[in-house]
Design a protein around this ligand. Structure first.
Ligand code: UTP
Length: 296
């Protein structure tokens, strides 16, 4: 039993423009791009459910209705599949319990911080998780997912918790970077500072914020009056940085794999890595990859 309020709500900001994936994302949300046979949003929702999260809040924008439909009943499809004797269990994880999925709208994509703030009324006065679905977090075989690991760490330290990842120093300028403080354990450290997209020489570490967070509701109040930051957007990192010192703030290193599916190379890598591990297609994909590489 933990003394901290449990994390039962998650916000999925999915209102971004997905410009790195154009033209694919002109009419299809980036979060609906499939890695093998599951769209990115499905991986994130499955990870949330595994962590005991019950309410999924999607911050959507224009052209994003497919995301909501993905978790709805598909009467025509299901009836036809039933009539043809097809297995409907592939759709199991796409069926939401009524009322579990809530959408709010971000009319203009003004940044991640602004997207999170759009969910303030639904989040209310509770700690909540955030998932960036284009960052695909995959557990090691037999291991637990990223958010489940975070919820376990949260039950020890409470407060705010972000998932971090070590990257080569020259890559830090594309990300939010933490200044680590006291180490609580091998995988958990205090955070004493946070900076969004710093120049390499000013970066406080090579630990970058990866797309999972557990935050206290006070962050909404900080976001309320926040000015635009890097890239002219309202940055979540800036709001979190202002909370350091007022509330406990920790970073957890995920024991698992992370694929940056917001960009093409990371997406292809994820597709190949997960396809190679599949029981149904793994062997075929391996043979195909070797053929393409000219190794057979
Ligand atoms: P990204 O930085 O990946 O931006 O946002 P993007 O617009 O989706 O993609 P690119 O860079 O143009 O290719 C990180 C997350 O925050 C969401 C995105 O949907 C993504 O899940 N986001 C970003 C919003 O919901 N609203 C925003 O205003 C910005």
């Amino acid at each position: 039993m933990t003394k901290y309020k449990p994390v039962k709500k998650a916000v999925f900001p999915v209102a971004g423009l997905g410009t790195r994936f154009l033209p694919a994302t002109k009419a299809i949300p980036k979060e609906m791009l499939a890695v093998v046979d599951r769209p990115l949003i499905q991986y994130a929702v499955d990870e949330a459910r595994e962590a005991g999260i019950e309410q999924m809040i999607f911050v959507t924008g224009r052209g994003k209705t497919a995301i909501v439909e993905h978790f709805d009943m598909a009467y025509e499809l299901e009836t036809t599949m039933k009539e043809r004797g097809k297995d409907l269990s592939v759709l199991n994880a796409t069926r939401a319990t009524p009322g579990d999925i809530i959408t709010v709208r971000q009319q203009v994509p003004m940044g991640l911080g602004h997207a999170i703030w759009c969910a303030r009324a639904i989040v209310g006065d509770e700690p909540f998780a955030i998932f960036l679905p284009d960052e695909l977090m995959i557990a090691y075989p037999g291991g637990t997912g990223c958010m489940k690991q975070m919820v376990e760490a949260y039950s020890e330290v409470g407060g705010n918790l972000i998932s971090v990842l070590e990257v080569p120093r020259e890559d830090v300028s594309s990300y939010g970077v933490i200044a680590p403080g006291r180490a609580v354990s091998e995988t958990l450290t205090e955070v004493t500072g946070l900076v969004e997209k710093p120049p390499v020489e000013e970066a406080p570490s090579n630990l970058i914020v990866s797309g999972r967070y557990i935050l206290q509701p006070e962050v909404m109040r900080v976001l309320e009056g926040q000015e635009k930051g890097a890239g002219g957007e309202i940055q979540l990192t800036d709001a979190m940085a202002r909370m350091i010192g007022t509330q406990p703030f920790h970073a957890a290193t995920f024991a698992g794999r992370r694929f940056d599916c917001g960009g093409k190379t990371g997406f292809v890598e994820a597709t190949l890595a997960l396809a190679l591990e599949r029981d149904d297609i793994g062997d075929e994909v391996r043979a195909m990859a070797e053929r393409l590489l000219g190794r057979c």
